[in-house]
Ligand binder design. Structure first.
Ligand code: PLP
Length: 355
């Protein structure tokens, strides 16, 4: 069998969830498990995060899968429903919905539900993606309060700059000013906001990336936040080449040796989800030792320098990212973020839960 594999550490998930709980001891935790658990497998992560108070997903199908697997926590549809028919299905599975626009509000007013829904009413505080403008928020709130299809309302917003220098003062103040007198629970903080702004924790927090042991803040390592990488993305060397000075490797000869070198060929390429944009010098580990990639990443293979790793040979273990190589380091070298790499792990990579 092709030696590539991803393992998902249940222990690291539980550890990272505990970091959230220690930082925000008074808040309930809505674990964000959208995008197939940030690429880790919905059930792999739901089991590891079973101590969370809720799960946030995008699709009703994911919500139903979680319910049918026996998860009894709050489940939230982060974009709400996409048509009125979904409201009754959500109600029958006790799934909460975001309401972020007039159209969704109207659907709720017009539908006849078998049971009322809990709604998360979203305010747009500057992201300009989803949510009611602050000026329209109270009218939407009053409408939902009077609606027989609504059993309760959580007040929410999402920050555009929790991971940036500018921070969340303005959007948080805007949100608080309008919701100040309301008795409802509030939910505003993503990972960056949880890690950086305790004043944003409120009744619920919504961590995503930090649960997976990747950093939401550029240039700040997960170790700094005491988070553990959840995914170990590994493979093996399937060939070894020796280069003399002047010889090149791979498509386009993007790396040329200036001295004699040993090159390891790794069974992992962009069709496995490794970023094709990773340049020469992207960190990778062979036999537990840090080294670097060389040449252009191809569909099924990539190259690395094993000149100084004398024991490396065909069959030697390779870590693409995990405990030795931070996914954030691979992402930074490739001009992206850990989020994108984790979500992009290809379905052809066998994935399994591990302790
Ligand atoms: C994805 C998402 C989160 C989690 O964000 P992270 O940066 O991964 O912590 C929280 N809230 C909403 C509304 C989201 O869409």
């Amino acid at each position: 069998m092709r030696p590539i594999q991803a393992t998902v550490s249940q222990q690291a998930l539980a550890h990272n969830l505990n970091v959230v709980k220690q930082l925000a001891p008074k808040s309930k935790v809505m674990a964000v498990v959208k995008a197939n658990g940030y690429g880790h497998g919905l059930f792999n992560v739901a089991h590891g995060l079973n101590a969370a108070d809720g799960f946030a997903v995008l699709g009703l199908n994911e919500a139903i899968d979680l319910r049918e697997a026996g998860f009894t926590q709050t489940i939230l549809l982060l974009e709400g429903v996409f048509d009125a028919r979904e409201l009754n299905i959500a109600a029958s599975y006790y799934v909460d919905v975001v309401v972020h626009c007039q159209q969704q509000l109207k659907m709720l007013l017009q539908v006849s539900l078998i049971a009322p829904l809990h709604v998360h009413l979203k305010m747009n505080t500057g992201m300009n993606r989803l949510g009611f403008p602050p000026n329209d928020y109270m009218l939407a709130y009053d409408t939902l309060t009077a609606c027989v299809n609504v059993s309760g309302i959580t007040l929410m917003t999402h920050f555009a700059t929790a991971d940036e220098e500018i921070g969340i003062d303005m959007p948080l103040d805007m949100f608080q000013a309008i919701t100040q007198s309301l008795p409802n629970p509030k939910s505003v903080a993503n990972s960056a906001s949880i890690l950086r702004y305790s004043e944003s924790h409120l009744d619920w927090v919504r961590p995503g990336i930090m649960l997976y042991g990747a950093s939401p803040v550029t240039a700040t390592s997960v170790a700094y936040f005491n988070l553990k990488p959840v995914m170990q993305f590994t493979s093996q060397l399937i060939a070894v080449q020796t280069l003399t000075a002047g010889e090149s490797v791979g498509y386009g000869q993007r790396f040329t040796a200036s001295k004699p070198m040993r090159i390891g060929i790794v069974a992992c390429g962009y069709a496995d989800g490794y970023p094709r944009h990773a340049p020469n010098g992207t960190p990778i580990a062979v036999s537990g030792k840090l080294t670097q990639t060389l040449g252009r990443v191809s569909m099924d293979m990539l190259f690395c320098d094993i000149t100084d790793i004398l024991e490396a040979n065909i069959g030697s273990p390779v870590e693409l990212w995990g405990n030795t190589v931070a996914v954030d380091a691979v992402a930074e070298a490739s001009g992206t973020v850990g989020y994108e790499l984790l979500c992009a792990i290809a379905p052809r990579v066998p994935m399994k839960a591990a302790d």
